[in-house]
Design a protein around this ligand. Structure first.
Ligand code: GLN
Length: 452
């Protein structure tokens, strides 16, 4: 059924960059059937999923939606996808994304944009963005081209596209899922997570993805709880914080209304809702857009035309570097590398990068202090519903503003879930974000279940 849906809809949506050959998909499904019959089924046995094209998959082209890796076929499997295969999941293909996961609209892919399956009521001909960077995954799950998909989130790339496409997206605690074999963007922020139709599915899939990995030095050795059991648990008596700083002036009325609705639902479920303060919130976005590009400029230095990926020949070594990088990277990736090398350069390191690291610590402390009094925080996931393709394209700052509610949890490394909670006046989905304490995905999932 999912392969049929891909056949019918992928040309229009462009959710997949690579679809696996039908006989391979059916063979994995048959193998899952056999395990089921033998009573040895894994946690995700036979479940057909999409894989963001940022996870290296052995023998399957992995592009990061970049010309730089257009023909890269990894000889190894990322830990997260290996864990999913071990749990019995069936891979359908590799989903589209912003180039190297840099973006909020899926407009920067070298393989063309992904289109959101949702449209505005009364304006069905305007194509909307699915959000980004995991926009191929969110569109695929929303339109039935996969039962679930993997995403990665550096500053919102699981949560914001989940909100824009009306699905569930969970960014786990930093260190919960191994980063090994996932193409790096900003290593101190990157985290893999599930994108699903329900909160229970997100718990189940995280359980399969997570776990200690000796190959990632930042991977946590905490045991992986039975996350799916957290969904449906009573949330009575839990304390929910509403960060006052997130009540940004200019926040659209439909987003505010949805937030109030979520608060009312949680109160009705027996939660105690209180205001909290995260005073450094207003520095979140600027700090993120220093640290993430700095780390990206360092991580992307490896694409030099020599070691792997695209190579453009030139008479000198510097010439090879220049020609390769000029033709391999798109505009947004180049912008980020330039910003990153600038803030790391000798004269500016202290003024920008070092200062941003200090502010990051303050943001982290904000969360620690808030979590002394509450179990979770509730905020909107994004400041708007999905916008039109082409909108916000001439103004990077406007595009970066989309991440205003998602970057703080990334900077602090805490888990955060986006749950679809309803439609706005023109019929587009809106999401609410539940942020939790370090390694407390279980409470986040319980609250998410109560909002569903
Ligand atoms: N939109 C943010 C950015 O462009 C976040 C991307 C992400 O989480 N990978 O950096």
């Amino acid at each position: 059924a999912h392969l049929d849906a891909i056949g019918r809809l992928n040309t229009a949506l462009n959710a997949y960059i690579t679809v696996l050959p039908e006989q391979d998909v059916l063979a994995s499904a048959d193998a899952a059937d056999a395990r089921y019959a033998a009573g040895t089924a894994g946690l995700m046995d036979g479940l057909p999923i999409g894989v963001k094209d940022l996870f290296c998959t052995k023998g399957v082209r992995t592009t990061a939606a970049s010309k730089m890796l257009e023909n890269f076929v990894p000889p190894y499997e990322s830990t997260v996808t290996a864990n999913l295969l071990n749990a019995g999941a069936v891979f359908l293909g590799k989903t589209n994304l912003d180039e190297f996961a840099m973006g909020s609209a899926n407009m920067s892919s070298a393989f063309g944009p992904t289109t959101n399956p949702w449209t505005r009521k009364g304006d069905e001909s305007t194509a909307l963005v699915p959000g980004g960077s995991s926009g191929g995954s969110s569109a695929a799950v929303a339109a039935g081209l996969a039962l679930a998909a993997t995403g990665t989130d550096t500053g919102g790339s699981i949560r914001q596209p989940a909100a824009y496409c009306g699905i569930v997206g969970l960014k786990p605690t930093y260190g919960r899922c191994s980063r090994w074999g996932t193409i790096a963007f900003a290593s101190s922020l990157d985290q893999a997570g599930p994108m699903t139709r329900s909160v229970a599915d997100a718990g189940l899939m995280l359980e399969a993805m997570a776990g200690f990995d000796a190959k990632d030095s930042t991977s946590s050795n905490r045991p992986v709880p039975e996350f799916h059991k957290a969904v449906g648990k009573s949330v009575k008596g839990l304390r929910v914080g509403i960060p006052t700083e997130y009540r940004a002036p200019g926040l659209p009325a439909d987003v505010v209304a949805m937030w109030e609705q979520g608060i009312a639902w949680l109160k009705a479920a027996g939660c105690e809702v209180v205001d909290v303060s995260l005073p450094h919130t207003r520095h979140g976005l600027t700090t993120y857009y220093i640290i993430a590009p700095a780390e990206c400029s360092s991580n992307l230095a490896r694409y030099d035309g020599i070691r792997f990926g695209l190579r453009k020949d030139a008479p000198t070594l510097d010439g090879v570097y220049e020609a390769t990088r000029a033709s391999g990277f798109g505009q947004e990736v180049r912008n980020r590398i330039l910003m990153g090398t600038y803030v790391l350069s000798a004269g500016y390191y202290d003024a920008y990068y070092l200062k941003a690291q200090k502010v990051r610590t303050l943001i982290k402390r904000d969360f620690e202090q808030a979590f002394e009094n509450v179990d979770v925080l509730l905020t909107p996931t994004a400041p708007s519903a999905a916008f039109a393709q082409g909108e916000n394209m001439d103004d990077p700052v406007q595009m970066y503003l989309n991440d205003i509610f998602t970057v703080p949890a990334s900077m602090a490394g805490v888990p955060a879930l986006s749950v679809p909670v309803g439609l706005n006046g023109v019929g587009l989905p809106l999401g609410l974000q539940v942020i939790g304490k370090h390694f407390d995905e279980e409470t986040v999932l319980s609250i998410g279940g109560a909002l569903e």
